[in-house]
Design a protein around this ligand. Structure first.
Ligand SMILES: [Ca+2]
Length: 285
C-alpha cells in the first residue's frame, strides 16, 4: 500500500452523498471519489486512471484510492455507508476477509467494519473468474458488506452481471436518468428496471441526477436512492444536510410543483419502506 501511494502522491478523496428517497431529506451514505493534485493535469479521475493505465499502475491506483477514501471517511466519521469503488480485478486481488487480506487490513487500520462499506463493482473490466469473484463477494457479504453494481446499463455492467452476482444495490447509469423527466423512453426503461429490482429485492440508485424534475421523476418511478450534482457535489467533508432546493422536491408537503403527470406510485417521508414498484410497465403518456 505504501508503494501504491508513492506512485500517486497528493491523492485525496471527495465524497458525494447518496440520498435516501424513502426518507426524504436524509443521506444514506457517500461514494468516495479520488482526485489528483489540484491545479494539475492529474486532478480528475479520468486523467488519473488514464495515466495509471499507461504506466501499468491501475491496480495500485485502485488500492491507493480505497486507502485514501476509507482513511479520510473514518476521520470525518459521518453517519451512513461508505461506497468504495473496486474493479473485479482489484477486488479479487484484495481477497476474502481474513488476516492476510488487503481490504481487511485497510478496514482494521481505519476502524471501519465490513458493515460500514458498500462495495461498488465498477464496469472497467470483465470479471476474470466469476466463481472466484462470487467467493470473495460472499465472504464480504457474510461480514455485513453490501454489493452495488456501478454504472448499470453501460459496458460490462449488464443484466448478465446483475443475474450472476445478485447485487444488493444497482446504480443506474446517468445516461438513463439525465433528462428522464422529458424522455418517456428513458422513463419506460427505468420503470422496467424498477420492476426487475422489486422481483429480487434489489435497491436502486439513480446516478447523475442534475435537475429537480429528474429527481422527482426517479422518486416517482420508485427508486430508493439518488446521487448527482443537483443533490450535492462531491466535497472533502461528507455532507449530511441537503440544500433547500433539494428538500423542496423531496419533502411531500413541498412537492406539488414537481409532481409528474404519468401514473406512478408515490410515497411519503414517514413511510418506513417504499411502496412496491409498478407490477408491470407503466402506460406511457
Ligand atoms: Ca462509482
Amino acid at each position: 500500500m505504501t508503494r501504491d501511494l508513492a506512485n500517486f502522491p497528493a491523492l485525496h478523496a471527495v465524497f458525494q452523498p447518496i440520498v435516501d428517497l424513502r426518507r426524504a431529506g436524509t443521506v444514506y451514505g457517500h461514494e468516495s471519489l479520488i482526485r489528483g493534485p489540484a491545479d494539475s493535469l492529474l486532478h480528475t479521475p479520468a486523467a488519473l486512471f488514464a495515466r495509471a493505465r499507461e504506466d501499468g499502475h491501475l491496480l495500485g491506483l485502485e488500492r491507493a484510492a480505497a486507502h485514501v477514501g476509507a482513511t479520510r471517511y473514518a476521520q470525518t466519521r459521518p453517519r451512513g455507508k461508505l461506497f468504495l469503488n473496486f474493479s473485479a480485478t482489484a477486488l479479487l486481488a484484495a481477497g476474502r476477509p481474513g488476516d492476510a487480506c488487503a481490504l481487511a487490513n485497510l478496514l482494521g487500520q481505519t476502524g471501519l467494519s465490513a458493515a460500514d462499506i458498500i462495495i461498488e463493482l465498477t464496469e472497467d473490466d470483465p470479471y476474470p473468474d466469476l466463481d472466484a469473484l462470487n467467493d470473495v463477494l460472499d465472504g464480504w457479504r457474510a461480514q455485513g458488506a453490501l454489493l452495488a453494481l456501478d454504472d448499470f446499463g453501460t459496458a460490462y455492467s449488464s443484466l448478465r452481471r446483475w443475474t450472476e452476482l445478485r447485487p444488493d444495490i444497482v446504480k443506474v447509469d446517468r445516461f438513463f436518468t439525465r433528462g428522464a423527466s422529458q424522455d418517456r423512453r428513458k422513463r419506460h426503461t427505468l420503470a422496467a428496471l424498477c420492476s426487475l429490482a422489486q422481483g429480487d429485492a434489489t435497491r436502486m440508485v439513480a446516478e447523475g441526477v442534475e435537475h429537480a424534475e429528474d429527481l422527482a421523476a426517479v422518486r416517482d418511478l420508485g427508486f430508493d436512492y439518488a446521487q448527482g450534482f443537483f443533490l450535492d457535489a462531491p466535497a472533502e467533508q461528507p455532507a449530511m444536510q441537503l440544500r433547500d432546493e433539494v428538500l423542496e422536491v423531496l419533502t411531500p408537503r413541498r412537492t406539488r410543483s414537481y409532481r409528474v403527470s404519468w401514473p406512478m406510485p408515490r410515497f411519503s417521508a414517514g413511510e418506513k419502506t417504499p411502496p412496491p414498484c409498478p407490477s408491470g410497465l407503466p402506460h406511457l403518456p
